[in-house]
Design a protein around this ligand. Structure first.
Ligand code: GAL
Length: 437
């Protein structure tokens, strides 16, 4: 349960700290150099932002958010606290330790949906920001479904800064041309296997894959599930309404196993950004990934040679991976933290960040002309397609399910044991159902 008392206590104690600080400030006036050093320490005007955005595309985009904040809040020192690891595999653990030790940063990155609610809101780590939504008019410009995923028990707890499309399938155009493969606007599963056989015969891995951090295995499976089973079955499976021994789930796992026959051999030593780099550098054909991979394409100025379609069979659906930021209970610099949240929801910040990140703005009033053809394609998909939340990024399912999903898919990419994989997912779903009941 969300603990109102805890929030009230922390608000009260913050007021106490401010009062104490002001008193100390007056008291130091007569202390000479020591006094001014103490006063300087009091006046430390900082903002510590915690995220896992460290790849070239991610860090450039994060810097755009910092620049937008600094433009509105000159004089505040932004402290960039990042913990590398795609999908937050390491950052989320470090953050938990900090939160448990009562040392939150001023704001942290989280996906809306289950990750936000289960990891941070229900344990009482977040302040509601409903009043900021109201004063900034955000419910008029952010789609209600997204706002809903940032809401718990009528209060809003995070501001979505960008919407990633998880089911991207990026490819190297020269490799396709050189091997006589024509990629249209969409790609079916059969079309992929035909292209993959051609590339295999030419000695080129068709599917770039980097699974050392665990999330790409889960992500590529969920994309395959969507492509094979469609959005309704996908959602029913992740909601626990359809059991994982379902025929469509089995067919998806078998298809995924077959796709894994075409990956680069060193996949277990590589991370997600290495995989898209293989495609950019002409060493592999395709990469199934969320469109933060397109952020890498842009950061490396490789857009002329990189095309895209939806992951095979998943055209007409959009896997939601929505990044947002929180306002913590006990933020060390609460005023700056609120101003950070205000910046992130602004049109200017979202127009600066998303063209670099590969995602599209959560706001629907952004100027489309500022965005690349890829982004415009994704915007159209967001408006017209079936929107389904990602389980690999813990929007659809609990963080515990996510971990079980990572573990099961990491084993699967090596052993390709469909029965065990589906049984593990079924166990995870049962555990999830028990937790949420
Ligand atoms: C996702 C996140 C993206 C991107 C990706 C790889 O979880 O939503 O913004 O950072 O991980 O690190």
């Amino acid at each position: 349960m969300y603990d109102v008392n805890k929030v009230m206590t922390s608000r009260a104690s913050r007021r106490g700290v401010l009062k104490g600080g002001a008193a100390l400030g007056i008291g130091t006036l007569g202390l000479g150099p020591l006094g001014s050093r103490l006063a300087a320490a009091q006046a430390e005007d900082k903002l510590e932002i915690f995220s896992w955005w460290t790849s070239p595309g991610e860090s450039k985009a994060l810097q755009a958010l910092f620049d937008a904040f600094t433009a509105a809040n000159p004089g505040v020192e932004v402290v960039n606290s990042t913990v590398a690891g795609g999908g937050g595999v390491n950052a989320k653990a470090v953050l938990q330790t900090r939160l448990q030790g009562g040392q939150p940063p001023d704001s942290w990155q989280t996906h809306v949906g289950r990750e936000l609610v289960d990891l941070y809101v229900v344990p009482g780590s977040c302040e509601p920001i409903t009043d900021i939504y109201e004063s900034e008019g955000w419910t008029d410009v952010i789609p209600a479904d997204l706002v809903e995923q940032a809401t718990w028990e009528s209060e809003k707890y995070s501001i979505p800064v960008g919407v990633h499309r998880g089911n991207g399938f990026f490819y190297n155009k020269s490799i396709m041309d050189d091997n006589g493969i024509e990629v249209g606007d969409t790609m079916s599963v059969d079309e992929f296997f035909a292209a993959a056989d051609t590339l295999k015969a030419a000695g080129i891995p068709a599917l770039a894959f980097g699974n050392s951090e665990g999330f790409p295995g889960a992500q590529t499976f969920e994309n395959t599930l969507l492509g094979v089973a469609g959005p309704e079955t996908y959602s029913a499976l992740f909601r626990g309404e359809t059991p994982w021994d379902d025929q469509a789930a089995r067919e998806a796992a078998e298809t995924y196993a077959k796709m894994l026959d075409y990956v680069n051999e060193d996949f277990s030593a590589l991370v997600w950004s290495d995989a898209i780099a293989l495609v950019i550098e002409g060493k592999a054909g395709f990469n199934s990934m969320g469109d933060w991979a397109y952020g890498e394409v842009l950061a490396k100025d490789a857009q002329d040679n990189i095309g895209w379609v939806s992951h095979p069979g998943s055209d007409g659906s959009f896997v939601l991976v929505v990044d947002s930021f929180t306002l913590p209970v006990g933020a060390p610099h609460p005023e700056n933290a609120r101003n950070w949240i205000i910046t992130l929801g602004s049109k200017e910040a979202q127009e600066a960040f998303n063209p670099l990140k590969g995602s599209i703005p959560a706001r629907t009033d952004a100027n489309r002309d500022l965005f690349s053809p890829y982004h415009q394609w994704s915007m159209d998909s967001f408006s017209n397609d079936a929107l389904v939340p990602s389980a690999a990024h813990s929007q659809a399912t609990s963080p515990a399910f996510q971990q079980a999903f990572y573990d099961a898919s990491t084993a699967f990419v090596t052993d390709k044991d469909v029965d065990t994989f589906l049984a593990l997912l079924d166990d995870a779903a049962a555990m999830d159902a028990e937790e949420t009941s």
